[in-house]
Design a protein around this ligand. Structure first.
Ligand code: HEC
Ligand code: HEC
Length: 444
């Protein structure tokens, strides 16, 4: 009798994905704790996903056939190496080298050709012909890596009306040590830092309708802010879906993104990406030894990682900072960083994002289009888990898509485009008010 009830409960849970929002207090392990109400079967799945998220993959041929197939061209050998403690990467390592969690995405502007239009429909961008969609900084034996990223910062002073000055670091990106010839002059380099993996189970539970309800593409309410959802290709649906994940919201589901990560970052095949990421001209890459199995990461492992990432607690503390919160609302930050959503399970989660794209101005443009996301458009960054970031990565946090902001204050000062008014209002606050707002953000 007991077992029958237990099985029934499990089925009900799996069918609806009902878990209560569970949070942990800020700590080093803020991003790595599993839900406490998992059944023993669920714990097994969570642990399986966790192990595949953390293990280093190895190149073929290898005796370890269960986790071979890394490369030929790749960026890192495990998920965790770019998402340390499930939190975010940084620009530099502790030794001052450019971190591998800084990924350089490559693309060219689409023309009207059939080939380009097909790329736009399926991938949302047109890759560089020689180097593909992402620069690989590593290669297996006998396959030269593609190149390395070089970052140059220029310090630019910003003065508040009250006279105080903050310096922003303005990045210039270049590719060096290129092993497959010069980069096409028309190829744009979009640099992105690995984001923290927070509350993905909750984002999954936000319906398309709830996101679309906040769209205002024509800015009908004349607040200068025109949120737009990204409509992107879904491998699972084999059709279009609302994009929720990655910096330009160009990926519709967590599982889709896990498969993309395996493909782009490690060159491991899945049922969604059947081939390694070599381009046509990269002969050594195309001829490199293949892994033992036809598909490096079978579907049940993708599912396990998906389950793992969706059953992690959220590092949230309740902010008691009423003044900071009031300023956040008054300045219009909350127009894009919408404080909360009600999920499909009717739970309220505090995410501080609308999951829509906004034009953030030329200074933040990366020259790259992804489906409907234009060059200067970005998904509103969710503002949660900030309280635990520094503890989780053990050093100062770099903010914004490419980590150019060294503090929350710098991140705000980079806001432009649709967020220019909010930024200007922030600059006109008193020093004490600015500190209060930043303190509030730091507690989220
Ligand atoms: C080389 C570094 C690197 C590795 C390795 C890596 N990631 Fe990422 N990850 C990134 C970057 C950079 C982004 C942002 C991508 C973008 O905006 O296009 C990202 C984004 C994500 C996201 C989207 C999060 C969100 O909230 O939108 C998920 C989920 C994710 N990665 C999971 C994984 C998994 C699972 C693995 C291992 C299979 C992995 N990553 C391996 C760098 C990495
Ligand atoms: C028009 C929409 C919009 C408005 C208004 C807006 N933001 Fe943002 N915010 C964004 C987007 C989009 C990003 C991501 C930009 C990027 O990564 O390049 C972002 C990023 C941030 C970040 C960095 C988060 C991270 O994890 O890197 C902080 C902090 C932030 N916003 C705070 C604020 C505050 C405070 C205000 C009000 C003064 C505000 N924002 C107003 C859209 C907006």
């Amino acid at each position: 009798m007991n077992t029958v009830i237990k099985t029934f409960t499990l089925v009900a849970l799996m069918a609806t994905g009902v878990f209560a929002v569970e949070s942990v207090t800020a700590s080093k392990n803020g991003f790595t704790q599993s839900y406490s109400n998992l059944t023993s079967d669920e714990i097994d799945r969570h642990m399986l996903g966790k192990s595949f998220f953390r293990i280093p993959w190895v190149e073929a041929p290898s005796a370890t056939t269960a986790r071979d197939g890394l490369g030929p061209l790749f960026n890192a050998n495990s998920c965790i190496s770019c998402h340390p403690n499930n939190a975010q990467g940084s620009v530099y390592t502790k030794d001052g080298l450019i971190s591998r969690s800084m990924v350089a995405r490559l693309s060219i502007d689409a023309n009207d050709s059939l080939q380009h239009q097909q790329y736009m429909q399926q991938q949302g961008f047109v890759p560089d012909e020689v180097y593909g969609g992402q620069l690989s900084i590593n290669g297996v034996k006998d396959v030269p890596y593609e190149g390395k990223l070089k970052i140059t910062y220029e310090e630019k002073p910003i003065q508040y009306p009250d006279g105080s000055v903050v310096y922003l670091r303005v990045p210039t990106y270049e590719l060096i040590e290129l092993n497959y010839g010069k980069l096409n002059a028309n190829t744009s380099i979009s640099v992105r830092k690995a984001p923290a993996l927070i509350g993905l189970g909750w984002v999954d539970q936000i319906s398309d309708e709830a996101i679309l309800a906040n769209e205002d593409v024509e800015d009908k309410n004349h607040d200068g802010i025109s949120g737009k959802a990204n409509r992107v290709y879904s491998f699972e649906k084999k059709g279009f879906a609302v994009g929720k994940y990655t910096y330009k919201a160009s990926v519709p589901t967590v599982k889709n993104q896990i498969a993309n990560a395996f493909h782009n970052d490690m060159s491991l095949t899945t049922k969604f990406h059947l081939k390694d990421n070599c381009t046509k001209t990269q002969k050594a890459c195309l001829n490199a030894p293949k892994a033992y199995d036809a598909i490096d990461v079978p579907n049940n492992r993708l599912d396990a990682i998906d389950f793992y990432l969706k059953t992690l607690k959220i590092p949230v503390v309740e902010s008691k900072n009423q003044e900071g919160k009031a300023l956040f609302d008054a300045l219009g930050c909350a127009s894009c960083h919408i404080p909360s959503f009600k999920t499909n399970n009717k739970e309220r989660v505090y995410i501080y994002s609308d999951f829509l794209l906004h034009d953030m101005g030329d200074a933040l443009s990366d020259g790259r289009v992804e489906f409907d996301a234009q060059k200067s458009e970005w998904r509103t960054a969710p503002l949660w888990g900030i309280n635990s970031l520094e503890k989780a990565i053990g050093k100062a946090v770099d903010y914004l898509h490419d980590g150019r902001a060294r503090s929350l204050e710098e991140a705000i000062l980079w806001h432009g485009g649709e967020a220019l008014n909010a930024k200007n209002s922030f600059m006109h606050l008193t020093k004490k008010q600015r500190e209060s707002l930043i303190e509030f953000l730091g507690e989220l």
